[in-house]
Design a protein around this ligand. Structure first.
Ligand SMILES: C[S@@+](CC[C@H](N)C(=O)[O-])C[C@H]1O[C@@H](n2cnc3c(N)ncnc32)[C@H](O)[C@@H]1O
Length: 211
């Protein structure tokens, strides 16, 4: 059912309207070799992220978990309109290189800095504040990195996590348990106001209301 929804949503994004970059279709094809446990955010969540960047007039965006650059292209396309930039962190060198190729092909090379390294370590070296932070790296890192993400986000900014419905989707516990812990932690945190949207594999938006 979910795949049918995504295909239907995608049908509005290409062709004459050209809302989505044609490079996304190439990434989709390359992504066929990736595990089901490393899904790209998909067209609905991608469109949502791009909308949020525009609504917030975001200038500084950070993402953890680049893979081949699908979410990167959605974010950077919107940042091209706001005049902002994206820092994207990915562990695997081959994926960093693939993303740079896709980003350059899409004419977004001047908007994106890809940092090849471990998200948890890189996060300690980055300086905030960021308007929007996307967490889509290793699922075990979601709860471990929450505090650092809150520090790096500006007050009034957003922390977005993908795949937050892994538990009710019946995904393996190794992945769904840390995500469930993350979900519990953000909803308990008084600095945040959070909502889960059943978009793609589940998108959790956390608004940072105070330090
Ligand atoms: C779900 S995929 C990201 C999908 C991407 N956001 C998209 O929409 O196309 C997760 C990515 O996180 C990367 N990753 C895993 N552990 C990581 C770590 N410790 N630091 C940074 N990236 C990591 C994986 O190599 C993988 O490419």
């Amino acid at each position: 059912m979910a795949e049918r929804f995504e295909a239907y949503i995608s049908s509005f994004l290409s062709g004459d309207s050209a809302i989505a970059d044609p490079e996304l279709a190439l990434i989709d094809r390359e992504s066929e070799g990736l595990s089901d446990l490393e899904p790209s955010i998909g067209p609905a969540a991608g469109g949502l992220l791009a909308l949020l960047v525009r609504l917030m007039n975001a200038k500084r965006v950070l993402e953890f978990g680049t893979a081949l650059g699908y979410s990167t292209i959605w974010l950077a396309s919107a940042l091209k309109e706001t005049g902002g930039t994206l820092v994207s962190v990915e562990l695997r060198k081959d994926r960093c290189e693939a993303t740079l190729r896709h980003v350059n092909n899409a004419g977004l090379g001047n908007r994106v800095q890809v940092i090849c390294g471990d998200a948890e370590e890189v996060a300690q070296q980055l300086s905030g504040p960021f308007d929007l932070i996307l967490q889509d790296s290793a699922k075990a890192l979601y709860p471990k990195m929450l505090e650092r993400c809150i520090q790096l986000a500006r007050t009034g900014g957003l922390i977005v996590a993908d795949d937050v419905l892994f538990k009710p989707m019946g995904m393996p516990e190794k992945y769904s348990t840390p995500i469930h812990e993350y979900n519990e932690a953000v909803f308990k945190d008084r600095r945040l106001r959070s909502v889960i949207l059943p978009v793609g594999d589940g998108v959790l938006l956390s608004y940072k209301r105070s330090e």
